[in-house]
Write a protein that binds this ligand. Structure first.
Ligand code: FAD
Ligand code: SIN
Length: 554
């Protein structure tokens, strides 16, 4: 392998909304390299449907958006982080429009505001049901016009570069701060690991839906950022809180396809196989209760009836309105022979969004100096035990922007120890002829996670998952150490790491709260009120008030 090295002021890992927002902001100050593991648009962002939650209607207020977010978060949201995203929402939406995003408007030219679960007002700014695609298009266009930004497609980050990699490294006390100076990156087409050096690094690698068998996420979502940061020695947090979206199309053989919550916001009604509108039995907000409640209700209906799916019914709504508000969903279903204006849509829940992630503070700094995290990979404290719909794009925008402000200052005082950073070594590794031995491990992890660490958990299920995933992970790690790396092997290694962290966090939280439901502890426990679950490679796992996990970030 060659020792190609690149150097810039700001390295961005990931080209979704968080990474691109950050890049556009810091490019005013220095050179930016964005590495992204597939084609540049391929990201969770690109598939977002419903929209961006922001206070826009004069009848709405920051206080109401804050209250709705806190209510969904079941006692674990960090109020200062929530306030930050809510109050910055309108400014960030305006900036998106300045960058060329075209949102849907009403006939009188105002932004059209949709509604989703858990919101007590219409505040979802959207571009029909293809919001993410429109945002990604506009951001990539702006990036293309910026001379300071260079994108490297099909480049996959392997590991973050820290003291651990330095030649002549000295033994350091465990508590001393670690620094990040870049990443080793697999150029997938050239089959070569390159060294990317930088004064600051933004992790914007998105989520980890593919830890599970059924997910709304595209294939990029394999938890790489959480796994890399954890291995590098960053704190990660609240990984027990995986959000399952209640409504993905149930169509055996077809790729997973989301039916936006905005459809329920528009009047869609969930019915069981007997045709009963069952949500009234579960929550006063019925179909617009928060996602954890709706997903669990569907799970209960499926277990009770033995049916394969429930149905989302929009046949009582004006067909033309349905088609004009949800053109993408309408067309996609029609391709599969389903006219949603005439037939109810078969739906099931699927893994959708990771509420936890790499722990950051209000400046988007992780516990590793020079390493920032924003977007789905980050645990900012905004979402608590359950994310409110459409708060994710908003969080990525706001924290991408905050990270940029901070990184511009931080990078001025950084010296990258470039002469001490070695090239990636392939010594002692062989080509992956034995790949077949571990290739099936991906499916095994996904099935174990779906069956044992899903919407409803128990101590026994979690114990089983822990034992089995640990065995599989050991096999993968052993294979990784001896083998020339490939994209598939790296993803598998990251999936097994994140699955283990999720199981550990789930076992540690001995209560049910928000998205984490354990039948052995079916109620929230007041002792865990406001307590997050933190995991560190060297310091282990703890459940603590966030104030306990602080680091010197000057
Ligand atoms: P992403 O957009 O996922 O981008 C991650 C980037 O990192 C990608 O470019 C990926 O290729 C790259 N990457 C990953 N690993 C590596 C690596 N090792 N090396 C290099 N590059 C890497 N949220 C809302 O608020 N509103 C919605 O309406 C909404 N709808 C959604 C619909 C769907 C179907 C899905 C899946 C999600 C939806 N979400 C929605 C959630 C939201 O889209 C995501 O949380 C958000 O887009 C995440 O943005 P991001 O920039 O953090 O990550
Ligand atoms: C959706 O459109 O239902 C997804 C919204 C979200 O994940 O916030």
């Amino acid at each position: 392998m060659s020792s190609t090295t690149y150097e810039c002021d700001f390295l961005v890992i990931g080209s979704g909304i968080a990474g691109l927002t950050f890049a556009l902001k810091v490019a005013q100050e220095g050179t930016v390299h964005i590495i992204t593991k597939k084609a540049k648009a391929e990201s969770n962002t690109n598939y977002a449907q419903g929209g961006i939650a922001a206070v826009w209607d004069p009848e709405d207020s920051f206080e109401q958006h804050i209250q709705d977010t806190l209510a969904a978060g079941a006692g674990l949201c960090h109020p200062d982080a929530v306030e930050l995203i809510v109050r910055n929402g309108p400014e960030r939406v305006n900036e998106l429009m300045k960058w060329g995003v075209k949102f849907s408007t009403t006939p009188n030219g105002r932004l059209d505001l949709g509604r989703e679960g858990g919101h007590r007002r219409n505040r979802i700014i959207h571009a029909t049901d293809l919001t993410g695609r429109e945002v990604e298009r506009a951001l990539l266009n702006s990036v293309k016009e910026n001379k300071n930004i260079r994108i490297f497609e099909n480049h996959m980050a392997v590991e973050l570069i820290t003291e651990h990699h330095l030649q002549n490294k000295q033994t350091r006390p465990k508590q001393q701060p670690i620094h990040c100076w870049g990443a080793y990156v697999l150029d997938v087409e050239a089959d070569q690991v390159k060294t990317f050096l930088s004064r600051t690094v933004l992790l914007a690698t998105g989520g980890c839906g593919h830890v599970y068998l059924h997910t709304t996420n595209p294939s990029i979502a394999t938890g790489d950022g959480v796994a890399m940061a954890y291995r590098a020695g960053a704190w990660v947090g609240n990984l027990e809180f995986m959000q399952f979206h209640p409504t993905t199309l149930f169509y055996p053989g077809a790729n997973s396809f989301l039916i936006s919550e905005a459809v329920r916001g528009f009047g869609g009604i969930l019915r069981n196989s007997e045709g009963e509108a069952f949500m009234a039995n579960y929550h006063p907000m019925k179909d617009l209760a928060s996602r954890d409640i709706v997903a669990r209700a569907i799970d209960a209906e499926l277990k009770r009836s033995g049916a394969d799916c429930v149905y989302l019914d929009v046949t009582h709504l004006d067909p033309n309105e349905v088609k004009s508000h949800f053109p993408h969903i309408y067309e996609k279903c029609l391709e599969l022979g389903l006219d949603i204006t005439a037939q109810p849509i078969p739906v099931v829940p699927a893994a959708h969004y990771m509420c936890g992630g790499v722990v950051t503070n209000l400046r988007a700094r992780t516990s590793i100096c020079g390493l920032y995290a924003a977007g789905e990979v980050a645990f900012t404290g905004v979402h608590g035990a359950n994310r409110l719909a459409s708060n994710s794009l908003l969080e990525a925008l706001v924290f991408g922007n905050i990270a940029a402000k901070d990184a511009k200052n931080y990078r001025r005082n950084v010296d990258v120890p470039r002469n001490q950073i070695p090239s990636w070594s392939t010594e002692g590794t062989f080509n992956a002829e034995e790949w077949v031995l571990v290739a099936h491990d991906r499916g095994e992890i996904q099935t174990l996670m779906w069956d044992y660490v899903g919407i409803v958990r128990s101590n026994l299920r979690l114990q089983r998952a822990e034992r089995r995933v640990r065995l599989v992970a050991e096999e993968i790690e052993d294979f990784y150490k001896r083998t020339k790396i490939t994209e598939g092997l790296l993803e598998l290694r990251n999936l097994s790491c994140v699955a283990q962290l999720m199981i550990a966090a789930s076992r540690f939280r001995r209560e049910s709260r928000g998205l984490h439901y354990n039948t052995d502890y079916p109620e929230p426990d007041d002792r865990y009120w406001k307590h997050d679950t933190f995991i560190h490679r060297d310091l282990g796992i703890q459940i603590a008030l966030p104030a306990k996990i602080v680091w010197d970030d000057e």
